[in-house]
Design a binder for this molecule. Structure first.
Ligand code: NDP
Length: 234
């Protein structure tokens, strides 16, 4: 397992922190010393995270928010600015799958929801939080993408298109911040034992794929100030 970096005194916001990969990234970042700002809709999941963070001596701020509430994202940006004045780590993890179906048969509402959560919400977060990340001495952005951003997997249409668009936005942000102290990266976690994976691959033996905790342990070093020392390469 990759060693956790020292994230003491770093403010780290993780979207989709109520379960799965985001929950484990948030927990491990808190265990590495970060003050975690945990965003998701499910209050029970956020409270479970808070219990685990506190039990390991860490700190979290819980933010129940539907990321389709774009004005809510702007209000969160303003609140972070007021309270912390900067953001050191942003993990754009929240995502939805939609339905696995022929692309021409996808319901319009499902298509719009997938684009809203996986693309537009992330762009709204970029737009609102960019000044906070620039205010950090080493702002780190980690976008959780997928192999289907690059390869054609029939019946995964809206999800695949959304991840391709997301990665394009991330590459743009990385290029536009290359001369600053910020670093923007995307990562494909690979098949991971979560709610989403079970929805996508119901016949798969969960024991045959990585746990969210193991995947998170590889991703968390990407938040380090000293990226070149972490070997945080997938
Ligand atoms: P889960 O379904 O387990 O978790 C998804 C998270 O996103 C939940 O915390 C959920 O919280 C949050 N979320 C979804 N919709 C919203 C919304 N409208 N507002 C706020 N939060 C929302 O999925 P995973 O952990 O598997 O996926 C995490 C990321 O990893 C995703 O981006 C996914 O595409 C990517 N990924 C996963 C793979 C896998 O094998 N699991 C493989 C490749 C990529 P809540 O419902 O409480 O709002």
């Amino acid at each position: 397992m990759t060693q956790l970096p020292d994230l003491s005194d770093r403010y780290a916001l993780v979207t989709g922190a109520s379960r799965g990969i985001g929950f484990q990234i948030a927990l491990q970042m808190a265990q590495a010393g970060a003050h975690v700002i945990a965003v998701a809709r499910t209050v029970g999941g956020l409270e479970d995270l808070d219990d685990k963070v506190r039990a390991s001596g860490g700190e979290a701020t819980l933010v129940p928010l539907d990321l389709k509430d774009y004005d809510g994202i702007d209000r969160l940006g303003a609140a972070l600015n007021e309270r912390f004045g900067r953001l050191d780590i942003l993990v754009l993890n929240a995502g939805i799958l939609g339905t696995i179906t022929p692309i021409h048969q996808e319901k319009p509402k499902t298509f719009e929801d997938v684009m809203a959560v996986n693309v537009t919400a992330n762009w709204r977060i970029m737009r609102s939080f960019d000044p906070l990340l620039r205010a950090s001495d080493a702002g780190r952005v980690i976008g959780i993408s997928s192999s289907v951003a690059h390869k054609v997997k029939p019946f995964w249409g809206p999800y695949s298109a959304s991840k391709a668009a997301f990665e394009s936005l991330m590459r743009m942000w990385a290029a536009e911040t290359a001369k600053t102290a910020m670093r923007v990266n995307s990562v494909n976690p690979g098949p991971t034992r979560t709610h989403m994976r079970a929805q996508a691959m119901p016949g798969e033996d969960p024991a045959s794929i990585s746990t969210a905790a193991d995947v998170a342990a590889k991703i968390v070093p990407m938040a380090s100030k000293n990226l070149e020392e972490t070997g945080a390469i997938f």
